[in-house]
Write a protein that binds this ligand. Structure first.
Ligand code: NI
Length: 148
């Protein structure tokens, strides 16, 4: 474990009360861990803004199974970006809908563009991209990312 540094934070009573309520609701048992997670979240957000930052993503979407040409369009785009795609999971939700999760890696800008293209295809009913980065957790972790 890395060395922990203690520091004091001043806050209005009311603001602190709201913060405590929020973190209790989210399941935190102490303020320090909640503050650490908030700081990590900000750092990850910041690194994701960096267009050449190596990030990881999960794109989830739901689409109409009966829409003509849709599955072909989705597959074509995925093949075009095969080097950004780690895996794709497909679930046949019901008679009409399919649900897919694509795990992605690469530049934030590329992953966002690819996701926008996939989600804008006619017949894709809803979807969302979540990006993360190891930069906020450990500053030197990029050495451990294996490039294929
Ligand atoms: Ni299906």
């Amino acid at each position: 474990m890395k060395k922990l540094i203690r520091f004091g934070v001043s806050m209005e009573e009311n603001l602190l009360g709201q913060f405590d309520k929020l973190i209790t609701k989210k399941g935190y048992t102490n303020r320090s861990e909640a503050i650490r997670d908030i700081v990590r979240d900000k750092l990850v957000d910041e690194s994701i803004q960096d267009e050449t930052g190596k990030v990881f993503g999960a794109l989830v979407y739901l689409y109409d199974h009966h829409k003509r040409e849709l599955e072909k369009q989705l597959a074509n785009l995925q093949h075009k970006h095969f080097h950004n795609i780690i895996s794709t999971s497909h679930v046949h939700l019901d008679h009409d809908h399919c649900f897919e999760v694509i795990l992605l890696r690469g530049d934030a800008r590329i992953l966002k563009q690819l996701s926008e293209k996939l989600l804008s295809i006619n017949g894709v009913k809803h979807g969302k991209l979540t990006l993360t980065s190891s930069l906020g957790k450990q500053s030197n972790s990029s050495h451990h990312i294996h490039k294929h």
